[in-house]
Design a protein around this ligand. Structure first.
Ligand code: ATP
Length: 244
């Protein structure tokens, strides 16, 4: 039987007594962009953190058929998983280039492989190439998000998990970043995209899940979800979804 690239079944994640993810089931096939939308505090970040191995969890968690429980973060990176956290977590005092090099560290790349990865990132984010010698803390918000993405790409992920890449960015920059993200699929990178910007996320994905208070409230093809009356009323209501 062919299994999904990522298989999450009845997953539970708790902070002490408080269960933040309560029995989530989610699947992602290789080559897909899958999004998880939902309000503040729904458990989206917690779900990604558990998949990456930053938090313990209960339930099924498999990547390419392999049980992820018992594998630490580094081992998951070696398997081809990578997370771009919401806060981006760049090293502001280091240059763009040094931040990128750190992304290759877990994969122990050197020489030609390292240069090849850098070229791959600079091809997709020419601005990072232009600013390679600049300190990361001199970059604009959009450029920082690009650097966070670029750093993740240095580890040659096959599944890239993005936590709110649109956060705090102007709509035009969000579109620019999501265009690049969609393009990665053609390079063999599948994407799990967590977003509060439901419109942009549904427009950019194949399949979507709506997470509410730790549970999947709705799921389906992204185009269908975008047309769903409940999704429209709660998550797509009125404006563009880009209040910032
Ligand atoms: P946001 O978009 O605000 O990040 P989210 O959907 O990603 O929201 P989570 O950050 O995963 O939601 O939070 C889910 C629940 O877990 C919330 O009730 C939150 O208060 C709680 N929570 C998150 N982090 C912790 C923590 N370190 N300790 C205790 N509770 C936490």
């Amino acid at each position: 039987m062919q299994h999904a690239m990522l298989e999450i079944d009845d997953l539970h994640v708790a902070y002490g007594q408080v269960e933040a993810v309560r029995g989530v089931t989610l699947g992602l096939q290789a080559g897909q962009i899958v999004t998880v939308i939902g309000p503040n505090g729904a458990g989206k970040t917690t779900l990604l953190a558990a998949a990456m191995g930053l938090l313990p969890s209960r339930g099924t968690l498999r990547f390419e058929g392999e049980d992820l429980h018992g594998l630490d973060v580094e081992a998951r990176v070696e398997r081809g998983l990578c997370l771009v956290p919401e806060k981006r977590e760049l090293f502001g005092e280091l240059t763009v280039l040094d931040n990128l090099m750190l992304g290759a560290y877990a994969r122990r790349l050197g020489g030609a492989a390292l240069r090849g990865r850098l070229d791959f990132v600079f091809d997709r984010f020419p601005r990072l190439g232009e600013r390679r010698k600049q300190r990361a803390d001199t970059l604009s918000g959009g450029e920082r998000q690009m650097l966070a993405l670029g750093r993740a790409l240095m580890s040659s992920p096959r599944l890239l998990m993005l936590d709110e890449p649109s956060l705090g960015l102007a709509p035009l920059i969000v579109q620019e970043i999501l265009t690049i993200v969609r393009g990665l699929r053609g390079e063999g990178v599948s994407i799990l995209l967590v977003e509060q910007n439901a419109r942009a996320a549904l427009d950019s994905s194949d399949h979507g899940y709506v997470l509410e208070t730790g549970e999947v409230a709705l799921s389906g093809a992204s185009a269908e979800l975008a047309g769903d009356a409940r999704v429209q009323a709660t998550y797509l209501g009125g404006g563009s979804g880009d209040e910032d």
